[in-house]
Ligand binder design. Structure first.
Ligand code: XLS
Ligand code: MG
Length: 343
């Protein structure tokens, strides 16, 4: 079964180039201007943090938030774009210093849940049933700070409250093993899928796999995808690349390891990814060195690499692959793949 591929990214992927060591180096681009760029770059889907859609939402009431989100829906419609998901941003507010759902302070946990519920309202207005949870600060800097069993139950309870509130939504957990935390509670996709089982609606809990996050966990992203596909839980991806175990780099897809990228494309295509409406999200960052006019190339290049690798995967001689596997001639198989990648 072949996949069907359409592409999405979030407005944060067109950015000013600030990093922890230096300020912005490019001018900000207004949200509506960014929307104008999507189609030109070959993208049809927009991923949102809740406050990408409704900035300053903490200062607004429920009705105002919904009204603001409705305006964004109109903008999307005008540009012929679709909202893929909404993700509550639970890592910037002072109340999330010690985590969101796992904070040791009850008032802060309450804030995290309320904010997540508002993100569901925004998703309803934008016309998507998908909520992504990147559990950024749900972990610890030192193990003694939290009880890990209690923390996992707290995350599951938050999920349950969200599922109860939004009867039509489904939640995609985006696992990541570290950064900003030393260790997180949901480091891999196995953890994410297991978490869903602690709710009474596991059929509405799936996952989003980010290549770099799997690599940071010491895993191969295509195998992580295979695991989620086997569970029918791969509902979105954040493709990018990562050069070793360091900070999350969000490099252009295939920019570090073309073969690793090839295997991600191949597993998605072999299992009909996208045939149920799943998007190919590209969570990539432009290098700080890029001048304004070419600071969107990381997006179009990542998409182009995906499509080129798709062609290569589909053009591999299946008969040859099968017979090499049958003969257990994996040296031969490796050479076949490498030759095709070299072209
Ligand atoms: C961070 C993530 C984040 C999510 C959405 O590493 O990529 O942007 O994808 O909350
Ligand atoms: Mg991501």
């Amino acid at each position: 079964m072949k996949g069907t591929f359409r592409f999405s990214f979030g407005p944060w992927n067109i950015h000013e180039g600030a990093d922890p060591f230096g300020p912005a180096v490019r001018r900000s681009i207004a949200f509506n201007k960014k929307l104008e760029m999507y189609k030109k770059l070959g993208f049809d889907g927009v991923q949102f943090h809740d406050d990408d859609a409704v900035p300053c939402m903490n200062d607004l009431g429920q009705k105002q938030i919904a009204a603001e989100a409705k305006k964004v829906r109109k903008q999307l419609d005008e540009h012929g774009l679709t909202a893929e998901f909404v993700a509550p941003r639970l890592w910037e507010d002072p109340r999330t210093i010690d985590g969101g759902y796992t904070s040791n302070e009850p008032a802060c946990r309450k804030y995290a849940l309320e904010r997540s519920i508002r993100a569901i309202d925004i998703a309803n207005e934008l016309g998507t049933k998908n909520i992504v949870l990147w559990l950024a600060r749900e972990g610890t800097y030192i193990r003694e700070a939290k009880d890990s069993a209690e923390a996992v139950k707290r995350i599951a309870n938050a999920l349950q409250s969200m599922l109860d509130y939004g009867q039509k939504i489904r939640i995609m957990i985006e696992s990541k093993p570290n950064e900003p935390m030393d260790h997180t509670y949901i480091p891999t996709i196995g953890h994410a899928i297991g978490l869903g089982l602690l709710t009474d609606a596991p059929e509405r809990v799936g996952c989003l796999i980010e290549s770099a996050h799997a690599i940071l966990a010491g895993l191969d992203p295509s195998d992580e995808m295979g695991y989620a596909l086997a569970h029918k839980k791969l509902w979105s991806v954040h493709l990018n690349d990562q050069n070793g175990l360091k900070y999350d780099q969000d490099k252009t897809f295939g920019g570090v390891d073309l073969r690793r990228a090839f295997n991600q494309v191949r597993i998605l295509d072999k299992h009909g990814y996208g045939n149920n409406g799943e998007w190919v999200g590209l969570d990539v960052k432009a290098m700080r060195t890029q001048k304004a006019g070419v600071a969107t190339k990381h997006l179009s290049n990542s998409r182009e690499i995906f499509l080129r690798l798709l062609e290569i995967s589909r053009s591999l001689d299946d008969g040859k692959v099968i017979s090499l596997i049958k003969e257990r001639n994996y040296e031969g198989l490796e050479m076949l793949v490498l030759k095709n990648l070299i072209g």
